[in-house]
Design a protein around this ligand. Sequence first.
Ligand SMILES: Nc1ncnc2c1ncn2[C@@H]1O[C@H](COP(=O)(O)OP(=O)(O)OP(=O)(O)O)[C@@H](O)[C@H]1O
Length: 264
Amino acid sequence: MPQPDPPSGDPPPTLEITQLSLLLGGVRALTSVDLVVESRTIVGLVGPNGAGKTSLFNCVCGYYPATSGWIRVAGTDVTRCKPHELPRHGVARTFQHPILEPSSTVMENVLVGGHGGIRSGPLSYALRLPWAIRDERRTTRAARDLLDYLEIGHQANLRAGELSYGEQKRVELARAMLTGPTLLLLDELASGLTHEEVMALATVIRRIRDDHGISVLLVEHHMGMISAITDKVVALVEGVKVAEGTAAQVQLDPAVVEAYLGAA
Ligand SMILES: Nc1ncnc2c1ncn2[C@@H]1O[C@H](COP(=O)(O)OP(=O)(O)OP(=O)(O)O)[C@@H](O)[C@H]1O
């Protein structure tokens, strides 16, 4: 089917998913899902286990090729992009369980996210050429600023494995932000955290949106987090979008209530 033209006039949304379907083996993980994340908004993606939330994330990040449908980031078609190409389009993600190198320092873990922005090649680094040194300094300064911004700057030289789980989630967030995203995909940021840590992170995510103009798509089971920060919520059940609206509207939607009760 030919791809529909993006509507002209207003700037395109940060993320626009159109009729996205995904078959995994014999399983219909997603069926014709439409989802829009407008610029500078936080959208929550909810649904019971197996609803297709992670599958949708994995399609946007290029890990799963869509069976059909389209994914656009700021108007650019990224449906067939590979995972390593997504940061170039302003997409960064975090994982449910932070993927850090525990024996490396916090700073070293964050700097992994800066490699996309470094223009000098490995040879320039090996030879310590002036532009490579400038590049490295600029990226390190940006990483340090981000760690301060996320209130873990004082832990930059500790090994990542020494940090609490909540702090490790902030390290992953800093690494994702170092790629300079316009869209952050956050996978179950609240899981494994105390109530206080969840609420503190909720404040951080809102600040990221407000200070940096970054849009956020958030897969989350923690309804407190969803209610605290989202501008809009989309609910999936068995790969199908069943509701969309404010957090309060979606939580009261009969299809959502039934799906959660059925899953209980
Ligand atoms: N690699 C895979 N191969 C086959 N089926 C898969 C694969 N990954 C997921 N599925 C199936 O796709 C459907 C959607 O799964 P998905 O993990 O996206 O749901 P989810 O909403 O993220 O669930 P959870 O909240 O438990 O993480 C489920 O039926 C799941 O069993």
